[in-house]
Write a protein that binds this ligand. Structure first.
Ligand code: 1GP
Length: 254
């Protein structure tokens, strides 16, 4: 179990940037999840993340994961809480919310989650989550102090701390539906520090508020290794192939 999904992600990253499709089991039922995950696989997505900040039942998570797996992509839990669990998943983003003010999110939930992860037989992918700017429901629920959009050096220091703490994935999150994504300057400075310190294999992941090929391309150019889109998939799945292509090639619409 240990390391399979992470090895898959690292191996794919050597060839191309990565895209993750986020499905929220509170908003998307199993049938729709199967359809969206299938379309995401065809569009070039590399994994399906399943998670949400509110109202996610274990039974819903399990049903959505099972259907999403029919796409052939690995399905990774992206838990907003302990009920966001499913034994059919391939792995879980085992997260610390680095800028939460609440000890529940920086230690307690991980202790509870560790035993659940073991019982469910899931691979834990060490992930440090940094909430930037808007923050959305994730930032509010986790009592985060979002790093201001205008402070790239502070975002980068969080990213470096994440890597030094052992994260395989450092996830810069503007919040689902954010009016603007994490600024490319913050991504660029984060990548620069990670490389300077020798963390070449950390997957610098960015999500929240990315809706256009241009936004995706500018995050790619800045040095993001992986892009997460959720709202786009729920509201306009037809534009997913173009956004993924722009991210992977680093070129927006000409
Ligand atoms: C949220 O980063 C993800 O946790 C995706 O955000 O829904 O805005 O794409 P969007």
């Amino acid at each position: 179990m240990r390391g399979r999904v992470l090895s898959y992600l690292r191996e794919r990253r050597r060839r191309s940037r990565l895209h993750f499709t986020l499905i929220d089991p509170d908003k998307t039922g199993p049938g729709e999840a199967r359809e969206l995950a299938g379309r995401a696989a065809k569009a070039g997505s590399d994994a399906i993340l399943v998670g949400g900040s509110l109202g996610v039942l274990e039974s819903e998570t399990e049903a959505v994961v099972k259907e999403a797996k029919k796409s052939g992509l690995p399905v990774i839990l992206f838990p907003g809480g302990l009920t966001n669990a499913a034994k059919s998943a391939d792995a879980v983003l085992f997260m610390t919310i680095l800028n939460s003010d609440d000890p529940y999110y920086t230690g307690i939930i991980q202790v509870q989650g560790a035993l659940l992860t073991l019982k469910l037989g899931l691979e834990a992918i060490p992930t440090v989550y940094v909430i930037v700017g808007y923050g959305g429901a994730a930032g509010f629920m986790a009592r985060a102090r979002p790093v201001p959009y205008e402070k790239p050096e502070l975002v980068a220091a969080h990213a470096l701390a994440g890597a030094m703490m052992g994260a395989a994935i450092v996830y810069l999150e503007a919040g689902s539906g954010a009016p603007r994504p994490v600024p490319p300057e913050s991504v660029a400075l984060s990548k620069k520090l990670l490389l300077k310190a020798g963390y070449d294999d950390v997957i610098l992941t960015v999500g929240g508020g990315v809706r256009t090929p241009e936004a995706a391309a500018s995050l790619a150019e800045a040095g993001a290794d992986a892009l997460v889109t959720g709202t786009l998939v729920e509201e306009d799945v037809g534009s997913l192939p173009e956004v993924i292509e722009a991210f992977k090639s680093g070129r927006g619409r000409s």
